[in-house]
Design a protein around this ligand. Sequence first.
Ligand SMILES: C[S@@+](CC[C@H](N)C(=O)[O-])C[C@H]1O[C@@H](n2cnc3c(N)ncnc32)[C@H](O)[C@@H]1O
Length: 457
Amino acid sequence: MTENRLSLNKTLLTTARCLSEVESGRSLSALLSRVHPSERAAVQALSMYAMRHWGLAQAWRSIAMQRRSQSGPLNSLVALSLLLLDIAMVEEAATGRQGVPDSFQCPPGDGAPRYAVHTVVDQSVRAARLVSKASFAPRLLNAILRRFQRERTLFVEAVARDEVARWNYPAWWIAQVRDTYPDHWQSILQVSQTAPDLVLRVNQRRSSVQQVLSSLEDAGVQAVHVGGAAIKVRSAGAIERLPGFEAGWWSVQDLSAQQAAPLLGLRGGARVLDACSAPGGKAAHILELANVSLTAVDQDARRLEMVRENLERLGLLDPERVQLVHADLLHSRAWAGSAPFDLILADVPCTASGVVRRHPDIAWLRRQSDLEQTVALQRAIVDAIWPALVPGGRLLLATCSIFEQEGEAQAVAMLERHADARRLPAPGLILPESAGEQMTCGHDGFFYALFTKEARA
Ligand SMILES: C[S@@+](CC[C@H](N)C(=O)[O-])C[C@H]1O[C@@H](n2cnc3c(N)ncnc32)[C@H](O)[C@@H]1O
């Protein structure tokens, strides 16, 4: 127990440091990649949990700070973030959902950290001492947290009509979802606050669903086949430690994203452009399914290197069939080659509003103006690559977004701009779904529109 407590206050501090950087506009995934591997899973669980309660924690923090004449050393961003994290955790404990007092767990299920209130308070005060040498910060933190415990009902009432505190999204995000889905906006917001499933896509060139299931079972990992090449896994450990990772038997990919490659209508020998390729999840799936010639383009060199690494691990990096091109589609034709493409995947950059379950910081990092910018960028990318599609060829437009501007409105505008484009059947909008504790499978929010190019008369 002492060891757990010792490591918990350090983990709280590392988490608070990450959260303070998210407050300054940095992506949580990038920050977590720099956390020491021994601490990463715990920091990830805590920071994701805090981000899913960020609206409530901010509202309560501002009430608590208003009532104090002096906020003192808690004005440090790390200390303020520590307080936000603590409020979220104390609230979790107060609602009675915490299960294992005094133990340090990152449960695979709902993703919520589980601690008793007194442990949170005690460990947070110790963490605060590490932030501030002045004793005032730990004492202030202690006083605020204990007051939350005593006066929780008052705090709940004080923010009852505050939508940001209620739903834990910025106001513009709530309005965007409510305007688009007036009948079920609440359930969409709620589902996007649940912890996502871990889903593997089996690499049929190296393994089989049966082989992967058996190896997971042998390793004591709970897993279930959820259709096609997809296996849902219940595991809180590092992905790389699951059996078959090094051997390239599988990749991590959500069920909705696994729809992209089959939708293209792949056939052997086809020339395929993966226009926005990194980190290469869908490129790998394409190469697993058919012997195509693939050109994978991305403007981000570091991310394009991830495509190379992923394809290499999966045994798919055949130089005869695969070309990786570092290029900005809007300003270069280095990717175009001499012949047009038969199939194009345009998995364009977006707000990622469909994958907030996986990246809860996204909602807090995005601004409403970002939406207009990504919509314009998506349009420009599609317009740049459409001429490279052969008549009779197909282009699949994909976004991991549930915002209409990045989905149906973008598809309709595409038809208006390109008279030779005709729409083919495709799923369109896929709303996110959560399976909760069930061993069925939920999925991310996505949008797919498929077009073919008509031959000119
Ligand atoms: C949604 S991600 C693609 C995910 C990828 N298809 C997969 O399945 O792993 C969008 C990608 O588009 C790239 N991108 C954005 N603007 C671009 C541009 N103008 N030219 C080329 N790539 C671009 C980004 O660097 C990013 O890697």
